[in-house]
Ligand binder design. Structure first.
Ligand SMILES: C[S@@+](CC[C@H](N)C(=O)[O-])C[C@H]1O[C@@H](n2cnc3c(N)ncnc32)[C@H](O)[C@@H]1O
Length: 405
């Protein structure tokens, strides 16, 4: 497909986005329609162009045609990939993210000294973490897969183009528990026999680490309270070696239906699904060894993968979602057995949805004590842990854990 055809196709997708469809959905729908006559490399070029447009949106000239803007975005992406330092950190801070970004994020540099927010250190921005994060947000994201336990080497050998995850300190000891691979090939993974046989899932590395933070044991009873389409549920079941019982719930019955399809493909049988609206009426009276609350959130940790969301997420979303998160955690916590493990996860990095939620929960629940997020790690923040995109080459995530006394 010539470059002009790729830009024309990408421009058509942008028109759908301008009419109100989120970019990831518009891309998925458009590319599925062309699956039978376009090559994977062409579909990939189209999605790269669309995502480059949203990554470099504030550098583009809106009066230009969409094709011309897409071309300019691709050129900016190539320049950045070759030499990230050719973009000043101040320019990235001002243009790669919305204005409210910096003051809502938990920056480690100010986290401990400025309880009222990073404004206290204004003038010293961008912080080193901010620069590293912004640079990561401007890169194209890695594609991670999770093989079933024991199948990583086999799956990697048959797919090819797979590299294992190498975690740095303090998580390096977890590398051996992961069956994650970064896939750099061009094959449509959903169509491979290995995927169809349930041997692997496409799952971000940060999400895989949430499974390890839960660390469910075979024979235990767990509840994945915001299971959605089951990305983490499938991992929990695999870690439980399909033994014991996994309750999965979500307020979206459509998502639970997808979860069931996924479970059938992955040959996951040890689960029971029930809708839950997040209120005090729980889906079951069962008391659990462990509960995962993978709560709905502002999703800032996914802004590298889905740059359109930078321009559609509003600061008011953060506060509305924080109220939902606190409520979900509060209600779900009542279903734990004494000694049970509660894990809270969000794929975002705002203070309001991370440390503020975890600290408020600890203060309001003297029957819960904070617990290590990862058994292999012993840092000061070890009961609340941020996974940073620039450290992991994956989504950003916050995880907190407690044990019911
Ligand atoms: C972060 S997503 C879950 C992703 C999923 N755990 C996975 O790994 O694929 C959050 C989920 O919470 C659900 N949700 C949102 N509000 C809820 C509520 N009030 N009660 C229960 N679930 C809710 C959403 O439908 C969504 O599926």
């Amino acid at each position: 497909m010539p470059s002009s055809a790729i830009l024309n196709h990408a421009a058509r997708i942008l028109k759908t986005v301008q009419a109100g469809t989120p970019a990831d959905q518009a891309l998925r729908e458009s590319l599925v329609r062309t699956r039978h006559y376009s090559a994977p490399a062409e579909r990939r070029a189209i999605s790269r162009a669309v995502f480059a447009y949203f990554r470099w949106w504030r550098w583009l000239e809106p009066k230009d045609s969409l094709q011309k803007q897409l071309e300019a975005a691709r050129t900016l992406q190539a320049r950045f990939d070759k030499n990230p330092a050719s973009f000043k950190p101040e320019a990235l801070a001002a243009r790669a993210v919305p204005e409210w970004f910096s003051e809502t994020i938990f920056w480690p540099e100010v986290g401990a000294v400025a309880p009222n927010g990073p404004r206290a250190l204004e003038g010293k921005r961008p912080y080193p973490t901010e620069v590293a994060l912004l640079r990561q947000l401007q890169r194209e994201p890695a594609l991670w897969i999770r093989a079933k336990q024991g199948l990583a080497a086999k799956v990697a050998a048959s797919l090819g183009h797979c590299a294992p995850a190498e975690l740095g300190v303090p998580l390096s000891a977890l590398s051996s528990q992961l069956s994650a691979r970064a896939y750099t090939g061009l094959t449509d993974l959903y169509r491979t026999p290995e995927f169809q046989a349930g041997e692997f899932e496409i799952q971000d590395l940060a999400s895989q680490l949430v499974g390890l933070a839960c660390a469910p044991q075979p024979g235990e009873t767990w509840w994945d309270a915001c299971a959605g389409e089951g990305g983490k549920s499938m991992h929990l079941s695999d870690l439980m070696q399909n033994k014991g019982l996994l309750w999965v719930s979500d307020r979206s019955e459509r998502r639970l239906a997808k979860l069931k399809e996924r479970a059938a493909r992955a040959k996951v049988f040890n689960f029971r699904a029930a809708p839950w609206q997040g209120d005090a009426k729980l889906p079951t009276k069962t008391k659990f060894d462990g509960v995962l609350v993978d709560a709905p959130c502002s999703g800032i940790g996914t802004w590298q993968r889905n740059p359109h969301a930078r321009w559609t997420t509003r600061p008011t979303d953060v506060h509305e979602l924080a109220a939902v998160q606190a409520r979900l955690l509060d209600h779900a916590a009542g279903s734990l057995k004494p000694g049970g493990r509660l894990v809270y996860a969000v794929c975002t990095l705002t203070r309001a949805e991370t440390t503020a939620i975890a600290d408020a929960f600890t203060a309001a629940h003297p029957d819960f004590e904070p617990a290590l997020v990862f058994s292999a790690q012993h840092s000061a923040l070890s009961t609340q842990f941020f996974l940073w995109p620039h450290e992991l080459n994956a989504n950003g995530m916050f995880i907190a854990a407690w044990r019911r006394k």
